[in-house]
Ligand binder design. Sequence first.
Ligand code: SAH
Length: 464
Amino acid sequence: MLLTLTLQGEHASRLSFLVAKHPDRCQSFDTGFGKAHVFYPECSESISTIALLLEVDSLGIVKTQHRNGGPPLLSHYVNDRAYTANSFLSVALSKVFGSALNGKCREFPELAETPLPLTATLSAIPSRSGEAFFEELFSPLGYEIETELIPLDENFPAWGEGHLYQLTLSKTTTLCELLRQLYILVPVLDNQKHYWIGKEEAEKLLEKAGNWLPEHPLKEAIVGRYLRYRRRLMNEALLRLAPETEEDEETTTDEPEERIEKPIRLHDQRLEVATTILKEHAAHRILDLGCGEGRLIERLLTKPYVHEIAGFDVCTRSLAKAERRLRLDRRPEKIREKLSLRQGALTYRDPRQRGYDAACAIEVIEHIDEERLPAFADALFGYAAPQTIIITTPNAEYNNCYEWLPAGNFRHRDHRFEWTREEFENWSQGICETYGYQVTFTQIGDEDETHGGPSQMAVFTKHL
Ligand code: SAH
Protein backbone atom coordinates (compact mmCIF):
# COMPACT_ATOMS: atom_id res chain seq x y z
CA MET A 1 0.00 0.00 0.00
CA LEU A 2 1.61 3.22 -1.13
CA LEU A 3 0.76 6.88 -0.63
CA THR A 4 2.88 9.69 -2.01
CA LEU A 5 2.53 13.36 -1.09
CA THR A 6 4.03 15.97 -3.39
CA LEU A 7 4.61 19.66 -2.84
CA GLN A 8 5.60 21.88 -5.73
CA GLY A 9 6.63 25.51 -5.92
CA GLU A 10 8.74 27.82 -3.83
CA HIS A 11 8.32 25.97 -0.52
CA ALA A 12 8.83 22.49 -1.99
CA SER A 13 11.94 21.64 -0.03
CA ARG A 14 10.19 22.48 3.23
CA LEU A 15 7.87 19.51 2.90
CA SER A 16 10.32 17.61 5.09
CA PHE A 17 9.78 20.11 7.89
CA LEU A 18 6.03 19.98 7.49
CA VAL A 19 6.00 16.21 7.95
CA ALA A 20 8.93 16.25 10.40
CA LYS A 21 10.87 13.62 8.48
CA HIS A 22 14.50 14.08 7.40
CA PRO A 23 14.80 14.04 3.59
CA ASP A 24 18.03 12.01 3.58
CA ARG A 25 16.80 9.15 5.70
CA CYS A 26 14.56 6.20 5.08
CA GLN A 27 12.70 5.54 8.33
CA SER A 28 10.53 2.68 9.50
CA PHE A 29 7.85 2.71 12.18
CA ASP A 30 6.14 -0.17 13.94
CA THR A 31 2.37 -0.07 13.71
CA GLY A 32 -0.08 -2.50 15.23
CA PHE A 33 -0.42 -4.27 11.88
CA GLY A 34 3.10 -4.23 10.42
CA LYS A 35 5.59 -1.57 9.37
CA ALA A 36 5.31 1.88 7.85
CA HIS A 37 8.31 3.04 5.81
CA VAL A 38 8.88 6.68 4.92
CA PHE A 39 11.29 7.96 2.27
CA TYR A 40 11.69 10.67 -0.36
CA PRO A 41 11.73 9.62 -4.02
CA GLU A 42 12.61 13.25 -4.78
CA CYS A 43 13.39 16.35 -2.78
CA SER A 44 14.50 19.53 -4.55
CA GLU A 45 13.88 23.26 -4.38
CA SER A 46 11.00 23.02 -6.83
CA ILE A 47 9.41 19.64 -6.07
CA SER A 48 9.44 17.24 -3.13
CA THR A 49 7.69 13.94 -2.77
CA ILE A 50 7.46 11.84 0.35
CA ALA A 51 6.29 8.23 0.15
CA LEU A 52 4.54 6.24 2.86
CA LEU A 53 4.80 2.55 2.17
CA LEU A 54 2.89 0.15 4.38
CA GLU A 55 3.97 -3.39 4.86
CA VAL A 56 1.02 -5.21 6.35
CA ASP A 57 1.86 -8.31 8.35
CA SER A 58 -1.14 -10.48 7.54
CA LEU A 59 0.23 -13.46 9.45
CA GLY A 60 0.86 -11.37 12.55
CA ILE A 61 -2.68 -9.98 12.37
CA VAL A 62 -4.14 -13.47 12.15
CA LYS A 63 -2.08 -14.54 15.18
CA THR A 64 -3.10 -11.62 17.40
CA GLN A 65 -6.74 -11.59 16.34
CA HIS A 66 -7.21 -15.28 16.85
CA ARG A 67 -5.27 -15.77 20.04
CA ASN A 68 -8.53 -16.19 21.92
CA GLY A 69 -10.88 -16.93 19.06
CA GLY A 70 -11.58 -19.84 16.77
CA PRO A 71 -9.51 -21.01 13.85
CA PRO A 72 -8.73 -18.34 11.25
CA LEU A 73 -10.33 -18.49 7.82
CA LEU A 74 -8.55 -18.66 4.50
CA SER A 75 -9.59 -15.05 3.84
CA HIS A 76 -7.71 -13.93 6.93
CA TYR A 77 -4.51 -15.08 5.24
CA VAL A 78 -5.30 -14.31 1.63
CA ASN A 79 -6.75 -10.85 1.07
CA ASP A 80 -5.85 -7.51 -0.46
CA ARG A 81 -5.35 -5.63 2.80
CA ALA A 82 -1.62 -5.25 2.23
CA TYR A 83 -2.00 -3.74 -1.20
CA THR A 84 -5.04 -1.49 -1.36
CA ALA A 85 -5.62 1.62 0.68
CA ASN A 86 -7.81 1.03 3.71
CA SER A 87 -8.19 2.01 7.35
CA PHE A 88 -4.64 0.78 8.10
CA LEU A 89 -3.46 3.77 6.11
CA SER A 90 -5.34 6.11 8.44
CA VAL A 91 -3.73 4.43 11.44
CA ALA A 92 -0.31 4.89 9.80
CA LEU A 93 -1.02 8.54 8.96
CA SER A 94 -1.65 9.35 12.59
CA LYS A 95 1.36 7.34 13.74
CA VAL A 96 3.84 8.71 11.19
CA PHE A 97 2.49 12.19 10.38
CA GLY A 98 0.87 12.90 13.77
CA SER A 99 2.07 16.52 14.09
CA ALA A 100 1.13 17.39 10.48
CA LEU A 101 -2.28 15.83 11.03
CA ASN A 102 -2.70 18.17 13.98
CA GLY A 103 -1.64 21.18 11.90
CA LYS A 104 1.67 21.61 13.74
CA CYS A 105 5.15 22.35 12.38
CA ARG A 106 7.90 23.28 14.84
CA GLU A 107 10.24 25.02 12.40
CA PHE A 108 7.67 26.79 10.19
CA PRO A 109 4.42 27.06 12.14
CA GLU A 110 2.95 29.58 9.69
CA LEU A 111 3.66 27.23 6.75
CA ALA A 112 1.49 24.57 8.37
CA GLU A 113 -1.40 27.03 8.14
CA THR A 114 -0.66 28.12 4.57
CA PRO A 115 -2.51 26.56 1.62
CA LEU A 116 0.10 24.93 -0.61
CA PRO A 117 -0.13 23.20 -4.02
CA LEU A 118 -0.27 19.58 -2.84
CA THR A 119 -0.84 16.30 -4.62
CA ALA A 120 -1.59 12.93 -3.04
CA THR A 121 -1.41 9.69 -5.01
CA LEU A 122 -2.75 6.38 -3.78
CA SER A 123 -1.37 3.50 -5.80
CA ALA A 124 -4.50 1.36 -5.37
CA ILE A 125 -7.80 2.15 -3.75
CA PRO A 126 -11.12 0.33 -4.14
CA SER A 127 -14.38 1.84 -5.29
CA ARG A 128 -17.07 -0.75 -5.69
CA SER A 129 -19.50 1.97 -6.75
CA GLY A 130 -17.29 2.86 -9.72
CA GLU A 131 -15.24 5.85 -10.74
CA ALA A 132 -17.99 8.40 -10.27
CA PHE A 133 -17.83 7.92 -6.51
CA PHE A 134 -14.38 9.56 -6.41
CA GLU A 135 -15.88 12.64 -8.04
CA GLU A 136 -18.79 12.66 -5.64
CA LEU A 137 -16.49 12.42 -2.64
CA PHE A 138 -13.63 14.71 -3.60
CA SER A 139 -15.03 17.31 -6.02
CA PRO A 140 -17.15 19.06 -3.37
CA LEU A 141 -13.91 19.46 -1.38
CA GLY A 142 -12.25 21.25 -4.31
CA TYR A 143 -9.87 18.53 -5.49
CA GLU A 144 -8.78 17.89 -9.02
CA ILE A 145 -9.07 14.19 -9.53
CA GLU A 146 -7.31 11.74 -11.80
CA THR A 147 -8.16 8.07 -11.74
CA GLU A 148 -6.81 5.09 -13.57
CA LEU A 149 -8.62 1.80 -13.45
CA ILE A 150 -6.26 -1.06 -12.61
CA PRO A 151 -6.90 -4.24 -14.63
CA LEU A 152 -7.25 -7.44 -12.63
CA ASP A 153 -4.31 -8.85 -14.56
CA GLU A 154 -2.71 -7.19 -17.59
CA ASN A 155 -1.86 -10.58 -19.02
CA PHE A 156 -5.48 -11.71 -18.94
CA PRO A 157 -7.67 -8.86 -20.23
CA ALA A 158 -10.62 -11.24 -20.36
CA TRP A 159 -10.70 -11.29 -16.55
CA GLY A 160 -12.09 -7.78 -16.63
CA GLU A 161 -11.32 -4.65 -14.74
CA GLY A 162 -11.97 -5.14 -11.06
CA HIS A 163 -12.70 -2.23 -8.75
CA LEU A 164 -9.25 -0.84 -7.92
CA TYR A 165 -8.02 2.53 -9.09
CA GLN A 166 -4.90 4.60 -8.88
CA LEU A 167 -6.13 7.90 -7.51
CA THR A 168 -4.39 11.28 -7.72
CA LEU A 169 -5.82 14.24 -5.84
CA SER A 170 -4.52 17.79 -6.24
CA LYS A 171 -5.54 20.90 -4.40
CA THR A 172 -4.09 24.05 -2.92
CA THR A 173 -4.70 23.48 0.73
CA THR A 174 -2.96 23.02 4.05
CA LEU A 175 -1.18 19.73 4.56
CA CYS A 176 -3.29 19.22 7.66
CA GLU A 177 -6.54 19.42 5.72
CA LEU A 178 -5.31 17.09 2.99
CA LEU A 179 -4.21 14.49 5.55
CA ARG A 180 -7.43 14.74 7.51
CA GLN A 181 -9.55 14.27 4.42
CA LEU A 182 -7.52 11.22 3.44
CA TYR A 183 -7.71 9.92 6.99
CA ILE A 184 -11.52 9.87 6.84
CA LEU A 185 -12.23 9.22 3.18
CA VAL A 186 -9.83 6.34 2.51
CA PRO A 187 -11.70 4.01 4.91
CA VAL A 188 -14.97 5.38 3.53
CA LEU A 189 -13.93 4.27 0.05
CA ASP A 190 -12.71 0.91 1.26
CA ASN A 191 -15.93 0.45 3.26
CA GLN A 192 -14.67 -2.49 5.29
CA LYS A 193 -14.18 -2.79 8.97
CA HIS A 194 -10.80 -3.90 10.23
CA TYR A 195 -11.28 -3.10 13.87
CA TRP A 196 -13.87 -2.43 16.50
CA ILE A 197 -15.98 0.66 15.82
CA GLY A 198 -16.94 2.42 19.02
CA LYS A 199 -17.35 5.87 20.45
CA GLU A 200 -13.69 6.76 19.83
CA GLU A 201 -14.22 6.30 16.12
CA ALA A 202 -17.10 8.77 16.19
CA GLU A 203 -14.90 11.21 18.10
CA LYS A 204 -12.14 10.85 15.50
CA LEU A 205 -14.64 11.56 12.76
CA LEU A 206 -15.84 14.74 14.45
CA GLU A 207 -12.31 15.88 15.18
CA LYS A 208 -10.93 15.29 11.69
CA ALA A 209 -14.00 16.23 9.67
CA GLY A 210 -15.79 18.77 11.86
CA ASN A 211 -14.95 21.71 9.61
CA TRP A 212 -15.52 20.23 6.15
CA LEU A 213 -18.05 17.42 6.48
CA PRO A 214 -21.13 19.43 7.59
CA GLU A 215 -21.46 20.98 4.12
CA HIS A 216 -20.55 17.87 2.14
CA PRO A 217 -23.43 16.62 -0.06
CA LEU A 218 -22.59 13.00 0.82
CA LYS A 219 -22.42 13.70 4.55
CA GLU A 220 -24.83 10.91 5.52
CA ALA A 221 -23.15 8.31 3.32
CA ILE A 222 -19.70 9.25 4.63
CA VAL A 223 -20.81 9.07 8.26
CA GLY A 224 -22.63 5.78 7.61
CA ARG A 225 -19.67 4.12 5.96
CA TYR A 226 -17.14 5.50 8.42
CA LEU A 227 -19.12 4.28 11.42
CA ARG A 228 -20.10 1.04 9.71
CA TYR A 229 -23.81 1.88 9.88
CA ARG A 230 -23.93 1.81 13.69
CA ARG A 231 -27.14 3.70 13.99
CA ARG A 232 -26.73 5.30 17.38
CA LEU A 233 -23.21 6.54 16.66
CA MET A 234 -24.36 7.81 13.28
CA ASN A 235 -27.28 9.75 14.73
CA GLU A 236 -25.09 11.35 17.32
CA ALA A 237 -22.34 12.22 14.84
CA LEU A 238 -24.80 13.68 12.32
CA LEU A 239 -26.39 15.76 15.00
CA ARG A 240 -23.05 17.14 16.11
CA LEU A 241 -22.00 17.74 12.51
CA ALA A 242 -25.14 19.69 11.68
CA PRO A 243 -24.22 23.21 10.55
CA GLU A 244 -24.88 25.50 13.47
CA THR A 245 -27.41 28.07 12.42
CA GLU A 246 -29.31 30.39 14.72
CA GLU A 247 -32.46 28.60 13.77
CA ASP A 248 -31.00 25.30 14.97
CA GLU A 249 -29.96 26.75 18.27
CA GLU A 250 -33.48 27.90 18.92
CA THR A 251 -35.18 24.67 18.01
CA THR A 252 -32.82 22.12 19.49
CA THR A 253 -33.63 22.70 23.15
CA ASP A 254 -34.60 19.18 24.11
CA GLU A 255 -35.11 17.48 20.77
CA PRO A 256 -31.62 16.14 20.04
CA GLU A 257 -31.44 13.78 22.98
CA GLU A 258 -34.80 12.41 22.13
CA ARG A 259 -33.63 11.83 18.59
CA ILE A 260 -30.48 10.08 19.76
CA GLU A 261 -32.27 7.94 22.31
CA LYS A 262 -35.23 6.99 20.18
CA PRO A 263 -34.62 3.33 19.53
CA ILE A 264 -34.59 2.31 15.91
CA ARG A 265 -35.88 -1.21 15.67
CA LEU A 266 -33.30 -3.81 14.85
CA HIS A 267 -35.30 -5.05 11.91
CA ASP A 268 -35.53 -1.55 10.48
CA GLN A 269 -31.77 -1.30 10.77
CA ARG A 270 -31.30 -4.50 8.78
CA LEU A 271 -33.63 -3.29 6.08
CA GLU A 272 -32.01 0.11 5.98
CA VAL A 273 -28.50 -1.28 5.64
CA ALA A 274 -29.68 -3.72 2.94
CA THR A 275 -31.35 -0.88 1.04
CA THR A 276 -28.18 1.23 1.17
CA ILE A 277 -26.03 -1.64 -0.04
CA LEU A 278 -28.38 -2.42 -2.91
CA LYS A 279 -28.14 1.18 -4.02
CA GLU A 280 -24.36 1.19 -3.72
CA HIS A 281 -24.19 -1.96 -5.82
CA ALA A 282 -26.41 -0.37 -8.47
CA ALA A 283 -28.93 -3.21 -8.14
CA HIS A 284 -31.93 -2.40 -10.32
CA ARG A 285 -33.57 -5.82 -10.49
CA ILE A 286 -33.88 -7.36 -7.06
CA LEU A 287 -35.04 -10.66 -5.59
CA ASP A 288 -36.40 -10.67 -2.05
CA LEU A 289 -36.19 -14.31 -1.01
CA GLY A 290 -38.36 -15.22 1.97
CA CYS A 291 -39.98 -11.82 1.61
CA GLY A 292 -42.52 -12.53 4.38
CA GLU A 293 -44.93 -9.63 4.73
CA GLY A 294 -43.00 -7.46 2.31
CA ARG A 295 -41.21 -5.10 4.65
CA LEU A 296 -38.10 -4.81 2.50
CA ILE A 297 -40.21 -4.53 -0.64
CA GLU A 298 -42.13 -1.68 0.95
CA ARG A 299 -38.89 0.28 1.29
CA LEU A 300 -37.61 -0.50 -2.17
CA LEU A 301 -40.73 -0.17 -4.25
CA THR A 302 -40.69 3.60 -4.62
CA LYS A 303 -36.95 4.01 -4.99
CA PRO A 304 -36.15 5.31 -8.48
CA TYR A 305 -33.09 3.05 -8.86
CA VAL A 306 -35.25 -0.05 -8.33
CA HIS A 307 -36.76 -1.15 -11.62
CA GLU A 308 -38.05 -4.57 -10.68
CA ILE A 309 -38.58 -6.62 -7.52
CA ALA A 310 -39.66 -10.21 -7.17
CA GLY A 311 -40.69 -11.38 -3.70
CA PHE A 312 -40.63 -15.12 -3.07
CA ASP A 313 -41.99 -16.90 -0.04
CA VAL A 314 -43.13 -20.42 0.71
CA CYS A 315 -46.02 -19.20 2.82
CA THR A 316 -49.10 -18.02 0.89
CA ARG A 317 -50.52 -16.32 3.96
CA SER A 318 -47.44 -14.13 4.25
CA LEU A 319 -47.69 -13.28 0.55
CA ALA A 320 -51.31 -12.24 0.98
CA LYS A 321 -50.31 -10.06 3.92
CA ALA A 322 -47.55 -8.54 1.81
CA GLU A 323 -50.04 -7.65 -0.87
CA ARG A 324 -52.24 -5.89 1.69
CA ARG A 325 -49.33 -4.09 3.35
CA LEU A 326 -48.07 -2.81 0.02
CA ARG A 327 -51.57 -1.54 -0.94
CA LEU A 328 -50.87 -2.48 -4.49
CA ASP A 329 -54.42 -1.72 -5.59
CA ARG A 330 -53.87 1.91 -4.70
CA ARG A 331 -50.49 2.36 -6.32
CA PRO A 332 -49.91 3.90 -9.72
CA GLU A 333 -49.47 1.46 -12.56
CA LYS A 334 -45.76 2.36 -12.87
CA ILE A 335 -45.08 1.17 -9.31
CA ARG A 336 -47.36 -1.88 -9.52
CA GLU A 337 -45.58 -3.06 -12.64
CA LYS A 338 -42.27 -3.25 -10.80
CA LEU A 339 -43.41 -5.96 -8.43
CA SER A 340 -44.23 -9.63 -8.60
CA LEU A 341 -45.02 -11.77 -5.56
CA ARG A 342 -44.51 -15.48 -6.06
CA GLN A 343 -44.91 -18.57 -4.03
CA GLY A 344 -41.91 -20.89 -4.01
CA ALA A 345 -39.50 -22.83 -1.86
CA LEU A 346 -35.97 -21.51 -1.76
CA THR A 347 -34.43 -24.95 -1.64
CA TYR A 348 -35.23 -25.70 -5.31
CA ARG A 349 -33.76 -24.18 -8.46
CA ASP A 350 -36.34 -21.79 -9.86
CA PRO A 351 -36.05 -20.33 -13.39
CA ARG A 352 -38.16 -17.36 -12.26
CA GLN A 353 -35.22 -16.28 -10.11
CA ARG A 354 -32.71 -15.97 -12.94
CA GLY A 355 -31.49 -12.71 -14.45
CA TYR A 356 -31.61 -10.45 -11.38
CA ASP A 357 -28.86 -8.07 -10.23
CA ALA A 358 -29.20 -8.81 -6.55
CA ALA A 359 -30.93 -11.05 -4.04
CA CYS A 360 -31.70 -10.50 -0.37
CA ALA A 361 -32.54 -13.16 2.19
CA ILE A 362 -33.22 -11.13 5.30
CA GLU A 363 -33.55 -13.31 8.40
CA VAL A 364 -34.48 -16.34 6.33
CA ILE A 365 -31.72 -18.97 6.40
CA GLU A 366 -32.25 -19.76 10.07
CA HIS A 367 -35.77 -20.93 9.12
CA ILE A 368 -34.34 -23.56 6.78
CA ASP A 369 -33.28 -26.96 8.12
CA GLU A 370 -29.52 -27.02 8.28
CA GLU A 371 -29.30 -30.13 6.10
CA ARG A 372 -31.28 -28.28 3.39
CA LEU A 373 -28.86 -25.33 3.32
CA PRO A 374 -26.71 -26.86 0.56
CA ALA A 375 -29.84 -27.05 -1.62
CA PHE A 376 -30.63 -23.42 -0.79
CA ALA A 377 -27.06 -22.41 -1.65
CA ASP A 378 -27.16 -24.33 -4.91
CA ALA A 379 -30.43 -22.71 -5.98
CA LEU A 380 -29.30 -19.19 -5.06
CA PHE A 381 -25.53 -19.01 -5.62
CA GLY A 382 -25.25 -21.78 -8.18
CA TYR A 383 -28.39 -21.29 -10.27
CA ALA A 384 -30.01 -17.85 -9.80
CA ALA A 385 -26.49 -16.45 -9.27
CA PRO A 386 -27.08 -12.68 -9.11
CA GLN A 387 -24.08 -10.35 -8.86
CA THR A 388 -24.87 -9.29 -5.28
CA ILE A 389 -26.40 -11.36 -2.49
CA ILE A 390 -27.25 -10.01 0.94
CA ILE A 391 -27.94 -12.46 3.75
CA THR A 392 -28.71 -11.62 7.35
CA THR A 393 -29.16 -13.97 10.26
CA PRO A 394 -29.15 -13.61 14.07
CA ASN A 395 -25.81 -13.64 15.83
CA ALA A 396 -26.17 -16.41 18.43
CA GLU A 397 -23.41 -14.94 20.61
CA TYR A 398 -25.51 -11.85 21.21
CA ASN A 399 -28.24 -13.96 22.85
CA ASN A 400 -26.17 -13.64 26.03
CA CYS A 401 -27.18 -9.98 26.05
CA TYR A 402 -30.94 -10.74 26.11
CA GLU A 403 -31.93 -11.12 29.72
CA TRP A 404 -35.34 -12.49 28.75
CA LEU A 405 -33.85 -15.36 26.75
CA PRO A 406 -32.96 -18.48 28.74
CA ALA A 407 -29.45 -19.71 27.91
CA GLY A 408 -29.38 -22.11 24.95
CA ASN A 409 -32.78 -21.05 23.56
CA PHE A 410 -33.35 -19.64 20.09
CA ARG A 411 -34.92 -16.23 19.59
CA HIS A 412 -37.87 -17.57 17.64
CA ARG A 413 -39.57 -20.92 17.81
CA ASP A 414 -39.32 -21.44 14.05
CA HIS A 415 -35.55 -20.98 14.01
CA ARG A 416 -33.76 -24.21 13.10
CA PHE A 417 -30.38 -22.88 14.19
CA GLU A 418 -28.68 -19.68 15.22
CA TRP A 419 -25.06 -19.13 14.31
CA THR A 420 -22.14 -17.45 15.99
CA ARG A 421 -20.18 -14.96 13.92
CA GLU A 422 -17.61 -17.59 13.20
CA GLU A 423 -20.13 -20.19 12.09
CA PHE A 424 -21.75 -17.69 9.73
CA GLU A 425 -18.37 -16.63 8.38
CA ASN A 426 -17.26 -20.22 7.84
CA TRP A 427 -20.45 -21.08 5.98
CA SER A 428 -20.15 -17.95 3.84
CA GLN A 429 -16.51 -18.59 3.06
CA GLY A 430 -17.38 -22.12 1.93
CA ILE A 431 -20.04 -20.66 -0.36
CA CYS A 432 -17.49 -18.28 -1.87
CA GLU A 433 -15.08 -21.08 -2.59
CA THR A 434 -17.74 -23.28 -4.16
CA TYR A 435 -19.58 -20.68 -6.22
CA GLY A 436 -16.99 -17.99 -6.97
CA TYR A 437 -18.16 -15.14 -4.80
CA GLN A 438 -16.39 -12.87 -2.35
CA VAL A 439 -17.91 -11.76 0.89
CA THR A 440 -17.78 -8.99 3.48
CA PHE A 441 -19.42 -9.04 6.89
CA THR A 442 -21.19 -6.36 8.91
CA GLN A 443 -22.73 -6.47 12.35
CA ILE A 444 -26.20 -4.96 12.53
CA GLY A 445 -27.50 -3.14 15.57
CA ASP A 446 -25.63 -1.84 18.57
CA GLU A 447 -22.60 -4.01 19.07
CA ASP A 448 -21.54 -5.54 22.32
CA GLU A 449 -17.77 -5.55 22.65
CA THR A 450 -17.61 -9.24 23.50
CA HIS A 451 -20.60 -10.71 21.73
CA GLY A 452 -20.84 -8.57 18.57
CA GLY A 453 -24.08 -7.20 17.13
CA PRO A 454 -27.55 -8.68 17.55
CA SER A 455 -27.71 -9.51 13.86
CA GLN A 456 -25.09 -10.19 11.23
CA MET A 457 -24.99 -9.54 7.52
CA ALA A 458 -22.93 -11.04 4.72
CA VAL A 459 -22.70 -9.26 1.39
CA PHE A 460 -21.55 -11.54 -1.41
CA THR A 461 -20.36 -10.31 -4.77
CA LYS A 462 -19.78 -12.62 -7.68
CA HIS A 463 -16.30 -12.73 -9.21
CA LEU A 464 -16.45 -11.12 -12.60
N1 SAH B 1 -37.46 -11.39 4.96
C1 SAH B 1 -38.67 -11.05 5.66
C2 SAH B 1 -39.25 -12.19 6.48
C3 SAH B 1 -38.34 -12.97 7.37
S1 SAH B 1 -39.18 -14.29 8.21
C4 SAH B 1 -38.46 -9.82 6.50
O1 SAH B 1 -37.46 -9.19 6.40
O2 SAH B 1 -39.32 -9.41 7.22
C5 SAH B 1 -38.67 -15.67 7.25
C6 SAH B 1 -39.52 -15.89 6.00
O3 SAH B 1 -38.89 -16.90 5.25
C7 SAH B 1 -40.92 -16.36 6.31
O4 SAH B 1 -41.84 -15.54 5.64
C8 SAH B 1 -40.95 -17.78 5.78
O5 SAH B 1 -42.20 -18.13 5.25
C9 SAH B 1 -39.90 -17.75 4.70
N2 SAH B 1 -39.28 -19.06 4.45
C10 SAH B 1 -38.73 -19.89 5.35
N3 SAH B 1 -38.27 -21.01 4.76
C11 SAH B 1 -38.50 -20.85 3.43
C12 SAH B 1 -38.26 -21.66 2.29
N4 SAH B 1 -37.63 -22.84 2.38
N5 SAH B 1 -38.67 -21.20 1.08
C13 SAH B 1 -39.28 -20.00 0.98
N6 SAH B 1 -39.52 -19.20 2.02
C14 SAH B 1 -39.16 -19.62 3.24
